[in-house]
Design a protein around this ligand. Structure first.
Ligand code: 13P
Length: 243
């Protein structure tokens, strides 16, 4: 098994910087990892060829679940397929909290992504208050139940992203991540579970060394090829050691 190392660029790296990233990452060997980048929509067509040449898959950070029509500002799954996307992030905490996405909507999106033949990455995770009150499992279980209603869970990659660890520099300890990942796998069966939240070259190895951590979803540290590559290397090493 190879580590699944994904970069969520969020609202960074437009076409010019996006292309520069792919030109730069060309020189690093990536074959021993499964690498996916989630650029902003507008960047995708500009980097598709470079990504393909390098064996990097592309994902979208969001998509609308309806097929077509009067939905100003939205992007359909058919459009994403045309642009050469393989993965779609669904239910990122920024979509939930800043843009008010509900679990019902997330469930519709997941179903639409699977119907379109693309691979969804569903983000779940607790906020600081929920963790401090000892309600982490309860929150994650609630999201999994609501978001995956009517869906075969093994078709979905789960990203465990504790909200208190996103963009804060506060990473979950490897033990905290392991505990929730083991719970998710016990609850859903044989799903891939990746960790996200302040992943950096310095902590990537200890996180991916955990038995139930199948990879990482990296925000800030995925914007620069050198730090992203160091995370990929850490994952390769951890997976070799895990066997
Ligand atoms: P950071 O790595 O910047 O904390 O972001 C994590 C994230 O939200 C990835 O989807």
């Amino acid at each position: 098994m190879r580590p699944f190392v994904a970069g969520n660029w969020k609202m960074n790296n437009g076409p010019i910087r996006g292309k520069a990233f792919f030109e730069e990452i060309k020189k690093f060997p990536l074959e021993r990892a499964e690498v996916v980048i989630f650029p902003p929509f507008i960047t995708i067509p500009y980097v598709k060829k470079l990504a393909e040449e390098k064996g990097i898959s592309l994902g979208a950070q969001n998509a609308y679940w309806r097929k077509e029509g009067a939905f100003t500002g939205e992007i359909s799954l058919e459009m994403l397929i045309e642009a050469g996307v393989d993965y779609v992030l669904v239910g990122h905490s920024e979509r939930r909290n800043i843009f008010g996405e509900s679990d019902e909507e997330i469930n519709l999106k997941l179903k639409a992504v699977l119907r379109a033949g693309l691979r969804p990455v569903l983000c779940v995770g607790e906020n600081l208050a929920e963790r401090e009150e000892g309600r982490t499992r309860e929150k994650v279980r609630f999201q999994l139940d609501a978001d995956l209603s009517g869906i075969v869970p093994t078709d979905v990659i789960i990203a465990y992203e504790p909200i208190w660890a996103i963009g804060t520099g506060k990473t979950a300890t490897p033990e905290q991540a392991e505990e929730v990942h083991a719970f998710i796998k016990e609850y859903l069966g044989n799903v891939r579970v990746i960790y996200g939240g302040s992943v950096k070259p310095e902590n990537a190895h200890s996180l991916m060394a955990q038995p139930h951590v199948d990879g990482v979803l990296v925000g800030g540290a995925s914007l620069k090829p050198a730090s992203f590559y160091d995370i990929i290397l850490a994952g390769i090493k951890a997976f070799e050691e895990k066997g």
